[in-house]
Structures are given as C-alpha cells and as structure tokens.
Ligand binder design. Structure first.
Ligand code: GDP
Ligand code: MG
Length: 444
C-alpha cells in the first residue's frame, strides 16, 4: 500500500530539495502535484483540499532556517500534516471499564470482522494476559458461528456454546451472562454484516449495543474498498457511535485512500490494522510511521526538527541576555511564556543563565499548564505597549481594564504581575552575585 503515493511524492520532493531557494511558484507547483498524488491515492477531495490549504498556510508563514533548505522545510511541513491527518498518535483499545469489558465488532460482510475478532482476542490474551470470551451473533450465515468457534480453538480463546435458532440480541445477553459467571475480563462480540448498509443491519447493531453497553464499538473496514470504506464508517458512526476503526487488508495493493482520509472524514481514529490472514497479522496504527513510509524521508524530518530546536535555543539565548542586562519587560515575558512549553518548561531558559541551577530545578518542577499559559498570554496582550514596557504604571484601574479585556479576574492579573516582578528581582540578585564573583565561588 501507498506505493503510488510514495513514488509521486518522492519525485516532487527530490526536485524541491535540489533547488537552493524556492520561489512561490515552485511551492505552488509542488502543492499541485501533491494534490494530484493524494487524489490518485483515492483520498476524498474535501480532505485533499483541507490538507493542501493547511500545508500552504504553514509553508507561507514559515521562518526559513539557515541550516536547511526551503525544500527540506516543505517536506517537514507535509510530514507533520500527514501525521495529523492520520490521527496524530497511536490510539489503543479502551479496557478500563468494569469486567467483562465488551468489545463490539461491526461492519459489512466480508470486511474481516470474524477474523479481526479472533486476532484481537488473541492479542488481549497473549499481550495483556486477559481472559477472553468470544461470541458470534451472526445468524445470517449458517457457518458463521462455527467459523468463530474454529478460530477460537486455533488461538486458544473460549467461544460461547452455539445454540441454534437464537436471535442476535438474545445471544448477546447470554454471552454477557456467561462472561460474568465465568469471570472473563473481556467479551468480544462478532456481528453479522450485510453486503451494503441497510436499515435492518443498523437496527440490529443498535439493539445489541443497547443490550451490552460496549466499551469499544469497532468498525471493521476493508482498506481495498477505498472511499467506500470511509463512507461506511461515516454512516455507521452516525447510527451507532463508533469508538474506533479496524482497517483490514492493509497488506493488499490498495492505494491508501481509506487509511489517509478515515480520520478526517469520520472523526474516528484507526486503532488497529489487519496486515494479513494469519492470526497474528494485526498491528497498532502508528500515524508517524505511516507518514514516514509514505514520504520515505525520515532523515529530512529529523534534520528539520533539530534545526527548529536550534532556533528555540537562539531565541532563548537572546532572552537570557536581556535578563542579564536587566532590560527584560513584559513583552519579553510574553515571548518567554510562549516558549516555555516548547523548551520543556522554565528550566530550558533559566538553564542558560549562569549559576541558577538550583532555581532552575525548582521552576522546572512547577508544572506549566497550557490553560494557564493561554490566560497569561491573553492578559499581556490586553496591555498597552507602554504598560508592557513599564509595568510600574499598572495601577488598580488599569488592572481592572486588563482583566475585563482578557476575560480574566483582577486576581489573575495581579498574580501575573507579581510573577513578573519576582522574576525581575531574582534576575537582579543573580546579576549582583555575578558582579561580586560570589557565583563563581559557589559553583564548583
Ligand atoms: P466478515 O464477513 O466481516 O466476518 O469477514 P471474515 O473475517 O470472514 O474475513 C473475510 C476474508 O478476509 C477471510 O478470508 C479473511 O482471511 C480475509 N481477511 C481478513 N482480514 C484480512 C487482512 O487483514 N488481510 C488479508 N489479506 N485478508 C484478510
Ligand atoms: Mg463474519
């Protein structure tokens, strides 16, 4: 899978990388080619459009880093957006509910439900040491229940004894009862599919869901069916609320469109992928690895990441110098709090000041929470230029205005100003210690 896409993007990027500088039309042409490559990979048009727009926007406003070429920068931007489009991080199955945790498998006929049910059961048993029970609710096809029983024997997982003539919801209830009595950790429910989505199937799935309250409702979709798989997921999600997707036949020669667009269209993460018919051919879905496989440019990506770190470092050094000179104002404080998270907290910047190892440690330990950073940003942005340069003029009236302007409380404003002046004080101390040479004597 992804060969076509990978080859095309490879060509685009090879050309970009060979150029020293990139003109706007170079980038525009590259974007056009990426667009075509994604469409050829069977990614839905709206998803492609969003992707290209996001990349363009990012590429335009990008600072150019000296040590890397613009072409390399574009590779990195495309890579990051690809990872995002694929869902960001690995999503694991949710097993933290009360036992027996019910996992409901749904999907169209032949998508790989029964096979995936047994694969997942085997994985729970082998990797998580869980006691698993499987039950087939497929009464539509005569041999379906028998198929699951045979797979259960193969992987060493128990299956619910088959009673002929029972309806899906009744089998589900019996399975839940058996899982409770038998003290099973997980109950896997394999359902019937249809050749296409119909009302009867949806009602049946919804009835089973209501009877069993699953922790996971996983849609099994066939990657080979491309955009159809994505549409199937969208409709199932509307009707029965999915918690994730198992994409099967990734080992086939599909063009990759389903894997690429699934998250963007359905909002649901691909949690697992089927990579073959064997019982251990099941893997976690790693967006970064898939993006890496599509682009085949891991070296460029890590190069750009390193270069970006250097920029942060340079910025931090600039701030540190201002601190030492005592010319640090609220604007600098703002750029600093914006950098805090990136640098792994206060420690990053403070570490650059000579002799503040101890303070640095304390500050690194105080957690920086994103919502606090956002609030602090809002407060400083509500100040006038003059106020930022000269915080001494921030009287009560001004503070009330700033709080209102930033949607915060006066106490938040006060806290921020206090923090700032504490930091100034500390800097002065460090400065005078440096001057007197006390610091040199303290440092080993
Ligand atoms: P169901 O109708 O949804 O229950 O589908 P099945 O589980 O019976 O699978 C239908 C066929 O697809 C079987 O022959 C499976 O071996 C095959 N299959 C399922 N998953 C995969 C996969 O990830 N890769 C490949 N190559 N074949 C698969
Ligand atoms: Mg089946």
């Amino acid at each position: 899978m992804f060969e076509g896409l990978s080859n095309r993007l490879g060509e685009v990027f090879d050309r970009l990388r060979k150029r020293g500088a990139l003109s706007e039309s170079d980038v525009a042409e590259a974007m056009r080619e990426i667009r075509v490559a994604l469409l050829e990979a069977d990614v839905a048009l709206p998803v492609v459009k969003d992707f290209i727009n996001a990349v363009k926007e990012k590429a335009v406003g990008q600072e150019v880093v000296k040590s890397i070429s613009p072409g390399q920068m574009v590779v990195k931007i495309v890579h990051d957006h690809l990872v995002e489009m694929l869902g960001g991080t690995v999503q694991t199955l949710e097993l933290r509910a009360a036992a027996p945790v019910v996992v409901l498998m749904v999907g169209l006929q032949g998508s790989g439900k029964t096979t995936s049910t047994a694969k997942i059961a085997k994985r729970f048993k082998d990797k998580e040491r869980k006691k698993v029970l499987m039950a087939s609710l497929d009464v539509a096809r005569p041999a379906a229940q028998e198929q699951l029983r045979i797979l259960g024997e193969q992987v060493g997982v128990d299956t619910l004894p088959i009673i002929a003539g029972q309806q899906p919801v009744d089998i589900a209830k019996r399975a839940l009862q058996a899982a409770r009595t038998g003290v099973y950790d997980v109950l896997m429910l394999d359902t019937a599919g249809r050749l296409s989505i119909d009302e009867e199937l949806m009602l049946e799935v919804a009835a089973v869901r209501d009877a069993t309250s699953p922790a996971e409702t996983l849609l099994v979709a066939d990657a080979m069916t491309g955009q159809d798989a994505v549409n199937t997921a969208r409709i199932f999600h509307e009707r029965v609320t999915l918690t994730g997707i198992v994409l099967t036949r990734i080992d086939g020669d599909s063009r990759g469109g389903a894997a690429l667009a699934m998250r963007a269209v359905t909002g649901q993460p691909i949690k697992l992928i089927g990579v073959g018919e064997k019982m251990d051919a099941l893997e976690d879905f790693h967006p970064d690895r898939i993006a890496g496989r599509i682009l085949g440019m891991g070296d460029v990506v890590s190069l750009v990441e390193k270069a970006a770190e250097v920029i942060d470092q340079q910025e931090a050094e600039k701030l540190a110098l201002k601190m030492q000179k005592g010319s640090f104002d609220l604007d600098d404080f703002l750029s600093q709090i914006r950098q805090l998270k990136k640098m792994g907290g206060m420690g990053g910047i403070m570490g650059l000041l000579p002799g503040v190892a101890k303070i640095k440690k304390q500050m690194a330990e105080s957690n920086i929470d994103e919502s606090i950073v956002k609030r602090q940003e809002a407060i400083i942005l509500s100040m006038t230029k003059r106020e930022r340069k000269d915080p001494k003029i921030l009287n009560a009236k001004r503070r009330v205005r700033i709080a209102a302007g930033s949607g915060t409380q006066v106490s938040d404003v006060n806290r921020l100003i206090k923090q700032f002046s504490d930091m100034q004080k500390m800097m002065k101390q460090v400065q005078s210690m440096q001057k007197s040479g006390a610091l040199q004597r303290m440092m080993p």
